[in-house]
Every structure is written in structure tokens, then in C-alpha cells.
Design a protein around this ligand. Structure first.
Ligand SMILES: Cc1cc2nc3c(=O)[nH]c(=O)nc-3n(C[C@H](O)[C@H](O)[C@H](O)COP(=O)(O)OP(=O)(O)OC[C@H]3O[C@@H](n4cnc5c(N)ncnc54)[C@H](O)[C@@H]3O)c2cc1C
Length: 502
């Protein structure tokens, strides 16, 4: 083999497909029985659910996902539908619904009409978001190291990025004097980074807002088709393959190079070069921490992002369009204090009144293939603490199941009371995933949703895929790169470029 990729998340698959297309013999080893990592699809009875991905950005012409598909000759094969440009996300704070449109100016005007007293802070906030977004678009030219010289050279070109590299979203709210209701609305997509305004990196917030502002998309033939197409681009090349149910439990190192990997079933695989799509810290542990430089070890020293509980629901005999759902997602916040919600859910394990993210894939694309005729799918997610679920599952499986059911029932009660009266009578299927599920099926350490926590400490200008101090080992994933499908694909494309440069 020329190249061996550990893990078939979107960063791993993207890099592998590009390497295969460049004529390299590539092998991908994936622990799970389906490829895609968090973007994999699982089947329960006649329903198919994408494990975690609901909507993506980066599909417009020339954007990251479009570039990958174009390079692989798959652009026509994998069409995207755009969620409603007049409101691809609906944010509901204490019963007030705001539609988030494409176009930051349009969004600002919409909010200023509704909250005229906040016109000035809104103006200041949106100008800053635009300025940071413009600098993020110059990403390719960002300095790799922040030496005094590069800092000086970049001081003007990247002045907003540099000025806000340590800011949280709440710091910016404070600076512009944003009132409480708008603090909540503008952080309405907080579940996309799983942090409240007091903790999330402002730059990361802008990257997310700006990404979706350019277009929020869903794959017309659903996420499994997108993943399968990329897997097909690997398997279709001579000498290349994606092997499932192969869990790498050791990376062998000799003389500063990786010499092979072994799996839990005792198989050994070798290649000239290795790319790990696995969490960086976990990768270092698989090879032995002492094999790496201090710089590598310090780069792998981070706290993880929070985890989630997800409800996958099959709904029969009602049309969710009649209950406020459609070609958009709905974000439910019971009150204005998002920070308190996160503290309740993550620190006090109190999910009695959680924020909720609700998505309806069967209303995003009318292509069949995810549920039986006459049914629809509703997926609901919120933040929760990993340790509590992992401990419960390990110590007492019945208590774990009781806790899961308690949270599921409470969430269904809220959705029934607030959005879909009589929902219980129409549930054909309900499946609940917890942080322990994320850990088990996606091998996400601590069930982390987005790699390392997206705080200013972990989001710096050097965050990218990289070559480790082992000569032939590269890392690319949500942490060695950026989370989201577009972020992971971007990491895959970047690491491919670096590997090609040698
Ligand atoms: C609740 C939730 C909602 C999300 N919603 C969205 C969304 O709507 N839109 C969006 O763009 N993004 C979303 N994301 C984020 C997005 O899914 C991820 O950031 C992205 O898919 C991560 O890709 P990755 O390449 O880092 O790999 P991962 O998806 O983390 O995959 C890593 C792969 O490596 C495999 N692996 C791990 N260890 C080993 C081993 N030892 N041997 C072999 N294989 C191994 C795993 O099984 C897994 O398949 C969401 C995430 C979560 C949790």
C-alpha cells in the first residue's frame, strides 16, 4: 500500500478519495460497520437515520464540498438542495420565532425592524461579523506560525482576526451593548458548536454563521448517498479499498517512522505513509506518547467539546409542515439565558427544560429512501454531559436505560406541548442516542461532538491538519482541522495537498 488511512470520517474519506484519484494505492480502515464517522447512516426497521449530520455548508460553487465532489467527478451524482433562503434556521426564544435568512444584511434589517431599540448594537455586531468573515475567507494565506515578523506583516490584513483571537461571543456582545433577547437569538445556532456565548470563540461563531449564511444544504439523495459516493470513488480505483470493522489498536513506530498498524483482530497492515482521521490525542496514544515531540504532545493537550442526546423519530399520520416545520431547522430555547441552559444541562445534569434542535430530513428532500411511504422523520438533539451517561452505562445498564427514557420522555413532552400536539399518538419509531452511543459507534472520545472544545484557547489561527513529528504520519479531523462536514472535508483536502507536496 502507498497510503493507509485510519478512520472513515469525512476528513479521512475526502483525503483517501483524493489520494486514490492521484494514483496512490490507498487503504482505509474503519472500526464501525458503516463508513462516514458522524456522517454515517444507520438503519432501524424501514427507517434510515444519518447519525448526526443534519445540514451542511460549503456546497456552493467553488466552496469546499463542491470542490471535493468536482475533483472526484461526482458533482452531478451528488446534488444538493438548499434549505429555505428566507429562513434556513428558525430560532424560537421563549416562544418568539425568528427566521434566519441567507444574507447578513437582510438578517440585520429583519432584526432591526423587530427590535428597533437594538438597531445600533445590531449594526456594530453585523459589521464586525462581516469584517471577521472577510478575513477568514483569506484562510489560505493565513500565516502558519505567529512569529513577531508574521504577526507584524499580518497586523493590518488580519486585524479583526488578531484582535478577536481571544474573544468569546459574549465579549463582543458586551462591547456592542447587545440586549438579552438578541444575545439569545444571535446565538441561536449555539448547538452547532455546543457552547454558550460566554465560552464560544467569537471567530468560530463567525465561521459558522458565515458558512451557513452562504447557503445551508441537504443532499438531495440523503447523507448515505453522499458518503457512499465518496467511498465509491476510493473503491473504484485499482488497488484501493475501504475495510469496515477494522479497529486499529496499535500504531507501530520504529526509527521515527510508522512501520504498520494492527487491529483488534490481530491483522497487520503496512504502507509508506499513514493518515489518522482519529482524534489526535487518541492517535498519539495508539503509537505511544513518548514517540512524539513535545510540540506534538502539547498540541494534543485539549479539552473536548460537549456531547449530545439525540432522538430519532419516525412519525406516521401527520404532516410536520402543519406544525411549524419545513425546509429549515427549528431551534427551541425556553428562555433568554443560554448560558444558564448549558450550565443546567452540562454541569447540573438537569434536562428538565433543555434547549432543543429539531430537524426534519424528510422535509428537506422529497427523495424517498429514509422511511416508509406516509411517514416522516423528526430528529431532536440537545447538549448533555458525557461522564454521567458513560458511568451509568458501565455501572448499571438498567439505570442507564431509565435515564435515557426519562430524558426522551421529557423532550417528547416539551415538543408535544409546544409544537406538535398529539405527537405521542403518531410515533411509529423512537430511538435515543446518548454520549455513550457517540463514543461506541463513532469512537468519539468522551462522546465529543465537535472535537476539541471550540473555546478561544482551542481555536487559534494554526488550527489545521498537520504532519506529526513521525515522518510519515499525518493527522486530519475535526480537531486537526475544523468540525462540521465542510470543516472535515476541508481538512481532508488540505492534508491531501500537504501529503502530495511531501
Ligand atoms: C450531534 C451532532 C450534530 C452534528 N450536526 C452537524 C451538522 O448538522 N452539520 C455538519 O456539518 N456537522 C455536524 N456535526 C459535526 C460533524 O458531523 C463532524 O464534525 C464531522 O463529521 C467530523 O468528521 P471527522 O473527519 O473528524 O471524523 P469523525 O466523524 O469523528 O469520524 C472518525 C472515524 O474514525 C473511526 N475510528 C476511530 N478510531 C478508530 C480506530 N482506532 N480504528 C479505526 N477507525 C477508527 C470512527 O469509527 C469514525 O468513523 C454534528 C456532530 C454531532 C455530534
Amino acid at each position: 500500500m502507498d497510503d493507509l488511512v485510519i478512520g472513515s470520517g469525512m476528513a479521512g474519506l475526502s483525503a483517501a478519495a483524493m489520494l486514490a484519484r492521484a494514483g496512490r494505492k490507498v487503504l482505509v480502515l474503519e472500526a464501525h460497520d458503516s463508513p462516514g464517522g458522524y456522517a454515517h447512516t444507520f438503519r432501524v426497521r424501514d427507517f434510515r437515520f444519518c447519525a448526526q449530520v443534519h445540514y451542511v455548508f460549503g456546497c456552493g460553487e467553488g466552496e469546499t464540498i463542491d470542490r471535493l465532489l468536482g475533483a472526484l467527478g461526482l458533482a452531478a451524482e451528488v446534488p444538493w438542495v438548499r434549505l429555505d433562503p428566507e429562513g434556513f434556521d428558525h430560532v424560537v426564544v421563549a416562544g418568539d420565532r425568528v427566521r434566519v435568512p441567507n444574507g447578513l444584511r437582510k438578517y440585520e434589517q429583519r432584526l432591526a425592524r423587530r427590535y428597533p431599540d437594538a438597531a445600533r448594537p445590531l449594526h456594530r455586531y453585523f459589521r464586525l461579523v462581516e469584517a471577521v468573515a472577510a478575513e477568514l475567507d483569506r484562510d489560505e494565506e493565513l500565516p502558519k506560525t505567529l512569529s513577531p515578523v508574521t504577526l507584524l506583516r499580518s497586523a493590518i490584513r488580519y486585524r479583526h482576526l488578531l484582535r478577536h483571537s481571544r474573544s468569546t461571543l459574549a465579549d463582543v456582545y458586551d462591547a456592542v451593548g447587545m440586549p438579552p433577547r438578541l444575545r439569545a437569538i444571535l446565538a441561536g445556532q449555539s448547538g452547532d458548536y455546543l457552547l454558550p456565548p460566554e465560552q464560544v470563540s467569537f471567530i468560530l461563531h463567525v465561521a459558522l454563521v458565515h458558512g451557513y449564511d452562504r447557503g445551508a444544504y441537504y443532499p438531495r439523495r440523503h447523507f448515505y448517498h453522499f458518503v457512499d459516493a465518496v467511498v465509491g470513488a476510493i473503491r473504484g480505483r485499482p488497488g484501493c479499498d475501504v475495510l469496515l470493522e477494522r479497529t486499529v489498536d496499535r500504531i507501530h513506530v520504529d526509527g521515527g517512522r510508522v512501520t504498520g498498524v494492527t487491529t483488534t483482530s490481530g491483522e497487520r497492515f503496512t504502507a509508506d505513509r499513514y493518515l489518522s482521521n482519529v482524534d489526535p490525542r487518541r492517535t498519539l496514544e495508539l503509537a505511544g506518547l513518548s514517540r512524539f515531540s513535545d510540540a506534538d504532545r502539547s498540541r494534543a493537550d485539549y479539552d473536548y467539546s460537549a456531547s449530545t442526546v439525540t432522538l430519532y423519530l419516525g412519525v406516521k399520520g401527520l404532516d410536520l409542515r402543519e406544525h411549524g416545520f419545513g425546509s429549515f431547522n427549528v431551534w427551541h430555547y425556553p428562555h433568554e439565558d443560554i448560558g444558564r441552559m448549558y450550565r443546567d444541562q452540562l454541569e447540573r445534569h438537569d434536562l428538565s427544560d433543555p434547549w432543543l434542535f429539531m430537524s426534519t430530513p424528510t422535509l428537506h428532500s422529497d427523495e424517498p429512501g429514509t422511511c416508509p411511504p406516509g411517514h416522516q422523520i423528526l430528529e431532536i438533539a440537545t447538549a448533555c454531559d458525557h461522564r454521567r451517561f458513560a458511568d451509568l452505562r458501565r455501572r448499571d445498564r438498567r439505570a442507564y436505560n431509565r435515564e435515557k427514557k426519562k430524558i426522551r420522555d421529557r423532550i417528547l413532552e416539551i415538543v408535544e406541548a409546544t409544537y406538535v400536539p398529539g405527537l405521542h399518538d403518531h410515533l411509529a419509531l423512537r430511538v435515543t442516542g446518548t454520549p455513550a452511543t457517540n463514543e461506541r459507534f463513532c469512537r468519539a472520545p468522551e462522546g465529543n461532538a465537535y472535537g476539541s472544545a471550540l473555546t478561544p484557547k482551542n481555536v487559534d489561527l494554526r488550527r489545521r491538519p498537520y504532519r506529526t513529528s513521525l515522518e510519515n504520519l499525518w493527522l486530519a479531523n475535526a480537531t486537526a482541522g475544523f468540525p462540521s462536514v465542510a470543516g472535515a472535508v476541508g481538512a481532508g483536502l488540505k492534508v491531501f495537498d500537504e501529503m502530495q507536496r511531501g
